[in-house]
Design a protein around this ligand. Sequence first.
Ligand SMILES: Cc1ncc(COP(=O)(O)O)c(C=O)c1O
Length: 440
Amino acid sequence: MNAAIEKSPAYWLPFTANRDFRKKPRVISGASGHYYTTVGGAKLYDTFSGLWTSGLGHCHPKIVEAVQQQVAKLDYCMGFQVTNDRALELAERVTGMAPKALTHCFFTNSGSESVDTALKIALGYHRARGEGNRTRLIGRERAYHGVNFGGMSVGGIVPNRKVFSANLIPGVDHIRHTHDLEHNAFTRGLPAWGAHLADDLERLCGLHDGSNIAAVIVEPVAGSTGVLPPPVGYLERLREICDRHGILLIFDEVIAAFGRLAKPFGAQRFGVTPDIITTAKGLTNGVMPMGAVLVRDDIYDAFMQGPEYMIELFHGYTYSGHPVAASAGLATMQVYDDEGTFEQAAALEQHFEDLLHSFADHKHVIDVRNFGLMGCIEMAPRDGAPGARGAEVHKKCFWEENLVVRNGMDGLQFSPFLNSDPDEMTRSFETIRRVIDTIE
Ligand SMILES: Cc1ncc(COP(=O)(O)O)c(C=O)c1O
């Protein structure tokens, strides 16, 4: 690749330190299985399986083949008033894997769109039932629900919100996050302490009256903020409070769904059924942009009133149910089944946990957290330069060790392939240790 283009400023990279990036661009041009290839020809092991997306590995031949065939057969068709066979099939397939109560599926193109769709469905549902006063939405501190205005407003990651502070949607509150180093540092799996933090929802019900609240949205395991597994009993308690006040519970499973927690959905891992689930990422193994929102039967039914010729929900995207994306989704679900991917993921959990927690003794490390195949090694911020240590690890791993490691500030986040080779996993953590040893 032409080096001038590599450094050209035309492309404004998302969630990236663009000026630093231009000095020495990290550009990938190929992938296969668990490895990327850079434009310079280096082969890098991917510890993040895409961006929590590609649990089956990159360029899985079955998915590639399905996409190739579909794009030559039906590239696109309108998705309003008409649909395509693949979208119908995928909706059946995905609801068939979901908790029984969730019977309908609305397609989007991303996690952010899934979240905003879910919030709109929640508001529309209450209005359709004559409870139009239920307009308040509750998120959680430190949550990540994407970058659109709805998701950003219920989200709780400060840098994502602060520039837009005056423009966030109104009527939103947040319950406390569940992270507490004093009680929970270095917990393996779900922390024993903290179920009572769900009672913060009761406080907001007291403040606004629960009858004014439409929905609460949480990630069952907070991901992008640095992997915060819910305390034991916490999600159950949220469910109880929602039931008591008639509030819809939305699980944002953009990361958690499709095997990351060794089940089709995180809800099944926790045994807690929400009213709405948002997904994306693992829906197509990251191969095509696609998301889905799953809802309970009676939520769908509540919209089905008025003249039958009339649209019930004035919402949708040009690419909702895109046939090529849906074919990638169908192939992905088939591979999950054929290869026993969720069982493979379950079998890797203990090894992954042991590797992560082997960092507990490192002088830079202040916490290690994990659940399923989600993990975070949190390093102390360097004095006066929060985030610098994490960025340094990322770059050193990339350039010197042929390893892609994701950092969120000083937290090193891990999302291993659902079909990882345990030895490769071990080697990647040995490398990371070596790198952390060398940095200040
Ligand atoms: C829980 C959650 N919700 C929403 C999103 C946003 O998804 P997207 O980047 O596809 O819009 C993400 C992305 O990581 C996520 O983790």
